[in-house]
Unconditional design. Structure first.
Length: 121
């Protein structure tokens, strides 16, 4: 199964980025083989709409779930409409987050957990 984790770096030992729409990278991981692809987030510096645009980018990768620290209302709505399972509160390394997900230790969120301007610098 392919899942996506927001990341501060480009490999499995990188830390989970607590931001969804403005994360540095999206790591697309096959949970069975741990093969992965690091996708730079071109929306990181967007003036507005980063959550929606990042949600669309992730949806194009045909992932089943997104693991992140936080997700705002616009990103949540975009991901939910695409049928992607949204899990917030992920932390630690990408590898650790994947293992917790595989063990069922991370649970889906039922709504956004930050406001729409979270993560702007």
């Amino acid at each position: 199964m392919k899942i996506c984790i927001t990341s501060e770096g480009q490999d499995l030992d990188s830390q989970v980025d607590p931001r969804f729409g403005r994360c540095q990278y999206f790591i697309i991981v096959d949970t069975d083989s741990l093969e992965f692809e690091a996708v730079p987030n071109s929306n990181m510096e967007a003036m507005g709409g980063a959550g929606v645009q990042s949600g669309q980018l992730v949806a194009q990768k045909q992932v089943k779930a997104i693991l992140t620290g936080n997700v705002g209302p616009n990103a949540f709505q975009t991901l939910q409409a695409a049928g992607i399972d949204i899990i917030t509160g992920a932390a630690g390394s990408i590898r650790e987050a994947v293992e917790k997900y595989k063990k069922g230790e991370l649970k889906s969120t039922q709504g956004p957990n930050v406001n729409s301007k979270f993560g702007m610098r």
